[in-house]
Design a protein around this ligand. Sequence first.
Ligand code: MN
Length: 432
Amino acid sequence: MNIITTHKNTDFDALASVIGATLLYPQSIGVIPKMVNRNVERFLSTHKSAFNLMLPNEVDHSRVTQLTVVDTNQWHRLDRMEKLRKHPPTIHLWDHHHQPGNIEAQWKCVEFCGAATSLLVRELKRKHIPLSPLDSTVLLIGIYEDTGHLTYPSTTSVDMEAAKYLLDNGADLNVASYILNPPYEESQKNILFKLLETTEKFSHKKLTVGLNILKLEEKVPMLSSVVNMYRKLINVDAVFIIVYSDANSCTIISRSGSDRIDVGAILVQFGGGGHPGAASATIRKKGLNIETIKAQLIDTVKKNRIISATVADLMSYPVVIVPAETSMKKVREIMEEHSIRGVLVGTTDDPEGIIVLSDLKKLKKDRQWKSPVKAFMARNLSFIKPNEDPAEAAQLMVSKNIGHLPVKHNDKIIGIITRTDILTYFYDMLPD
Ligand SMILES: [Mn+2]
């Protein structure tokens, strides 16, 4: 018997991966953990019979010759599979998590993409295995859930191509959206309001991080989807929520919307894990001190190495700077010679203005080319410091509507950063 299973607290990516795998492995049965999230539970209550699924307690472990694990690589996240851990059958693994796991597979497909389901869809496509509109819809729901409708930074072209293939095979977007966005229940609304009222924020290297401590009297379904909504509402780069109900355990739920903060890597240090954009960790210890955990969390976030360029990395230098008396003709020649669009005027200690390519177009009469640059230059200079974030420079350029920013360090101009430099950086087009 070939069984396929996935992690507890099964979400749609996990469920869809199991269903995809049952299509891929002939005569296999999907084993869905008893604990599934509220949305999956709701979906299964009406759709269960359409798929070849069973519960962990219905499995006769002695008859299992192959175990296929999807969307996790950790034994402890499986439901009632200890017997198989002791006497492992042949194991196949399909996963998209970054953290190393402890399931040793004879065969595996582990790739970092937005949803594990996408890896299975790619294989279903490759093998030309027919998909019904229902199969396609549930597979698409799996991809949409784990990629935030293909918007999370973890989304890759594998996810996009899988989604396209599923649409081509009749996936129904109305059904997908209905299942993925059920109306909020009262308890979810209450938690959202509570979170909004108790937000603490701190900044670290220009990133804003939201932090909450949440005491829960009862279980709230789909807390993670509330957290997603909450992060967007408070407009922070990342959010950490420490949830507890007593002093024996707590769970940290985290979401990040910036590729500069990898919450999966941060929560590994608390014994948890997940993805760069979504992660959680559960800490079990008698007499937990929530404030201590909060302090540790802030400390870990601040120690987390944030890979980011500064203005100094992007600026051009040395700066071309000309005396105020230089003729416009000469300025034009200098721009052409250096193929630059802006020239500073004055000295590096005392810059007086800037002249840019578009200013040259204002010259209508021939004799104007003989005039000194100071007659045409812009005098209100804005400066930026070399250790600033490129995003800061971009913001300044937008607010002042300028394309060049001289970079000032110790009252001296050391470089210049342009709109093109910023665009190149944001679109990862930096030369190596
Ligand atoms: Mn997943």
